[in-house]
Design a binder for this molecule. Structure first.
Ligand SMILES: NC(=O)C1=CN([C@@H]2O[C@H](COP(=O)(O)OP(=O)(O)OC[C@H]3O[C@@H](n4cnc5c(N)ncnc54)[C@H](O)[C@@H]3O)[C@@H](O)[C@H]2O)C=CC1
Ligand SMILES: O=C(O)[C@H]1O[C@H](OP(=O)(O)OP(=O)(O)OC[C@H]2O[C@@H](n3ccc(=O)[nH]c3=O)[C@H](O)[C@@H]2O)[C@H](O)[C@@H](O)[C@@H]1O
Length: 440
């Protein structure tokens, strides 16, 4: 099919690449000229494994195009995806200005009957609003149908997720429109679940909120583990062996971040408040998440005391591994507090340095390697579980740091590994490894 996509960020680009890879002809439209110019040169605008290769391949095969010109981009295409951002407003609600502008632009520029497919995560009722806005701004006589098709990809494995999705959700008023979107997605060979618009919109928020709830739940359990001397990694494995619970999203740490969980959970709570319903469970999920960074910092302070002039190495800044995305990364708050308390902070992240510079305190210094960051440090904190850190020989800590003290916010190592390397190791929901000064 001939498809247009409006908004070429993470979701728009991955969707465009995936749809063209399965044979559709896709025109990607974005108002950011620099982005479109870069993509037209065949250079990916996101750090995402596999995307650069499939981008070039499908451009060369004449199935993937990029433009800033909305009229040209929509011309002749009967399917238009909306994948613009829905960031959060100050009150926690979803900011719909980009979605609404996209709807107005579509109305003003389409010249044939069109199915609008909403990929952006939008609050309940937004698809109906999109339909009304497009109809209000139609210049040519045409009929539109709106289909909700929420996206479930994860950053860092976005392309893999596109081709190995657990399900594809299609919400629509019109069975015929739903069927067309179903056919577009058949090549992805996964379960397609069709429902109404409102249920589809809620499935997206309910799914993200449930995953965030699992994370806050295991983080609370990790606090209990610390009180009683249990090991949260074992508790998590033991729980996850029950297929009804499932082992995924049971990794305790310094909290969830990223461009979606924090904003989507706030948006869902905001939505339910406006229905005079207090979603107490999700309020707790958010509160637990907010406390996670401070919990790691408290461990640091308990061990090394006043942070003033202490040299602290931060290993990892991105909100999760395999991405350079810094949106709502737990590292931001940790770095801010360390700097505010007078610590001399040096950070290393394999790919997120450039994005970090834009959002993190300017007093943070950056290193080009783990060893450079560790050199002379009084303590090191792992904030993102990059493979590069997980495969470190921990003995380098004693070689390069003032004292080999590691605070691991992502439980990258077993207690045995830390002990064998003769380092002091504090992690999440597990006993600390302290070396006997006489023996070591
Ligand atoms: N990033 C992720 O991992 C996921 C995001 N989502 C949802 O997908 C949506 C998009 O998210 P991202 O791709 O991360 O956003 P993003 O911020 O990376 O990209 C949005 C793009 O839309 C463009 N844009 C804004 N208004 C436009 C307009 N009127 N016309 C043309 N282009 C316009 C911007 O220039 C930007 O390139 C959001 O609702 C998000 O919640 C859903 C699942 C995963
Ligand atoms: O709506 C979205 O944007 C996306 O949000 C998440 O994807 P993403 O934010 O890319 O990354 P996740 O792997 O879900 O991780 C989110 C955060 O939770 C943290 N996390 C994850 C899993 C876990 O067990 N523990 C944990 O602390 C991660 O470190 C990260 O900070 C969802 O997993 C996707 O299904 C969804 O499409």
């Amino acid at each position: 099919m001939k498809i247009s996509i409006l908004g070429i960020g993470y979701v728009g680009l991955v969707t465009g690449v995936a749809l063209s890879e399965v044979g559709h002809t896709v025109t990607c439209i974005d108002c950011d000229l620099e982005k479109i110019n870069q993509l037209n040169r065949g250079i990916s605008t996101i750090y995402e494994p596999g995307v650069p290769e499939l981008l070039i391949k499908n451009m060369n095969q004449g199935r993937l195009y990029f433009t800033c010109d909305i009229r040209e981009g929509l011309a002749d295409n009967e399917i238009v995806y909306i994948a613009v951002g829905t960031p959060e407003n100050n009150d926690g609600s979803a900011n719909l200005q980009y979605v609404e502008q996209a709807a107005r632009d579509i109305g003003a520029n389409i010249s044939r009957d069109t199915i609008i497919v909403t990929k952006s995560t939008v609050p309940i009722g937004t698809n109906a609003r999109i339909k009304a806005l497009i109809n209000e701004h139609l210049v040519n006589r045409c009929t539109i149908e709106v289909v909700s098709n929420p996206e479930f990809l994860r950053e860092g494995s976005a392309l893999y997720d596109a081709f190995h999705a657990d399900r594809i959700i299609i919400g629509a008023e019109s069975e015929a429109a739903a069927e067309i979107v179903e056919n577009i997605n058949k090549p992805f060979k996964t379960t397609i679940f069709k429902t109404d618009l409102l249920s589809s919109e809620l499935i997206k928020y309910a799914s993200n909120a449930f995953l965030a709830t699992k994370i806050s739940y295991i983080n609370e359990i990790s606090n209990i583990c610390e009180l009683i001397g249990a090991n949260v990694e074992d508790v998590s494995v033991g729980m996850g062996l029950d297929q009804r619970i499932n082992s995924q999203f049971l990794k305790a740490g310094i909290g969830y971040g990223g461009s979606c969980f924090p904003k989507d959970i706030k948006a869902l709570v905001h939505m339910t408040n406006s229905l005079n319903y207090q979603f107490e469970l999700l309020e707790s999920v958010m509160n637990v998440n907010c406390s996670r960074q401070q919990i790691l910092l408290n461990k640091v302070k308990r061990r090394i005391g006043n942070l003033n002039k202490k040299k602290i190495a931060l290993l990892g800044l991105a909100f999760k591994p395999n991405t350079d995305d810094m949106r709502e990364a737990p590292s931001i708050m940790i770095a801010e507090i360390l700097v505010a308390e007078g610590a001399v902070v040096t950070a290393y992240d394999p790919v997120a340095k450039e994005n970090a510079e834009g959002v993190i305190s300017r007093l943070v210094n950056y290193s080009d390697s783990v060893i450079e960051a560790l050199t002379g440090a009084d303590a090191a904190l792992i904030l993102t579980e990059w493979d590069e850190f997980k495969s470190l020989d921990l003995r380098i800590l004693n070689e390069h740091m003032n004292e080999g003290i590691l605070f691991d916010g992502r439980n990258c190592f077993s207690l045995e590994q830390a002990d064998a390397a003769n380092i002091e190791y504090h992690s999440i929901g597990r006993k600390s490894v302290i070396q006997d000064p006489v023996l070591s």
